[in-house]
Design a protein around this ligand. Structure first.
Ligand code: NAP
Length: 262
């Protein structure tokens, strides 16, 4: 797909991967609109990237998605690319009774339901464009669970599955469907995982986005970068081994719980 002259809507573009996508796509001559919940962060993004459009919108909220659609149809009728990027990642101890059900629901709503609702809301418009694309951001953890973040892994596996089905259902339309599966990237999302990621090299957000845009330009439907490639391969050839490696933070958590209860 040509990455020039498009009108691109990115959810969660005030920081991290979404912001870098916006920055590189703007430089290539696209119109870019980003969303986010925090107006201050959106204003700061606009100051850093003159030419960027920002709209405050929360993917958790179906009414906000409907309002966003109305606004985009009015102000950006040429919109032809949707990038479902907004996401959060949380540690969850499933043995904590009632384990923060509100937080769990929120994580599912943002990472999975929100992306699906955005697709459903914008698809009729995208189908009417001469060329269009949907990019769903999953993760290397879509292919193997990361037990310390059990809801995150489940939502990303869900996005992977949904994206595959969407691609099949849209194969006779002009809407291309991409999945971007990043490895661990140096963004605020990982700040609460500093202990778990100690010793793990984090990819720079610039390199990740370089790879992502190369993949879209080459029409690669599933763009797996760095560890995401390894993760998919290992899920096929040594699923037990990779799960054991990714389970280490939970092993530590269980040891601490045992110590506390003895
Ligand atoms: N960083 C990684 O290592 C990594 C690896 C694999 C996959 N990913 C995926 O890449 C995507 C981006 O992650 P990131 O690392 O860039 O995260 P990030 O640095 O935490 O940025 C997340 C962005 O999403 C926005 N956002 C969060 N909740 C939202 C909501 N309900 N509605 C609208 N916007 C929302 C945030 O702004 P507000 O908080 O103001 O809303 C922010 O702009 C996510 O889907 C993540 O799962 C990241």
């Amino acid at each position: 797909m040509k990455l020039q002259g498009n009108t691109i809507l990115i959810t969660g573009g005030s920081g991290g991967i979404g912001f870098e996508l916006a920055s590189q796509l703007l430089r290539r001559g696209n119109t870019v609109i980003v969303t986010g919940r925090d107006q201050g962060a959106l204003d700061a993004a606009r100051r850093r990237l003159p030419g960027l459009w920002t709209l405050r919108s929360d993917v958790r909220d179906p009414h906000a998605i409907a309002a966003l659609h109305e606004r985009v149809m009015k102000d950006f009728p040429a919109m032809n690319v949707l990038i479902n990027n907004a996401g959060i990642m949380r540690k969850v101890n499933l043995q904590t009774f009632g384990a923060d059900l509100q937080g769990i629901t929120e994580e599912i709503e943002i990472n999975l339901s929100g992306s699906i609702r955005m697709v459903m809301q914008f698809l009729p418009h995208l189908k009417a464009q001469s060329h269009a694309a949907i990019v769903n951001v999953s993760s290397g953890l879509a292919f193997n669970p990361y037990p310390i973040a059990p809801i995150y892994g489940a939502t990303k596996a869900g996005i992977h599955s949904f994206t595959q089905s969407l691609r099949v259902q849209l194969k006779q339309t002009n809407v291309k469907v991409f999945e971007l599966a990043p490895p661990a990237v140096d963004t605020p999302l990982n700040h609460t995982f500093a202990d778990e990621l100690r010793g793990t090299p984090l990819m720079s957000v610039t390199k990740l986005v370089d790879e992502a845009l190369k993949g879209i330009e080459r029409d690669r439907p599933e763009i797996r970068v760095g560890f995401a490639n390894v993760s998919k391969l290992m899920s096929r050839i040594a699923p037990g081994f990779i799960l054991k490696q990714l389970s280490k933070p939970v092993d530590q958590m269980l040891a601490q719980m045992k110590q506390l209860s003895s």
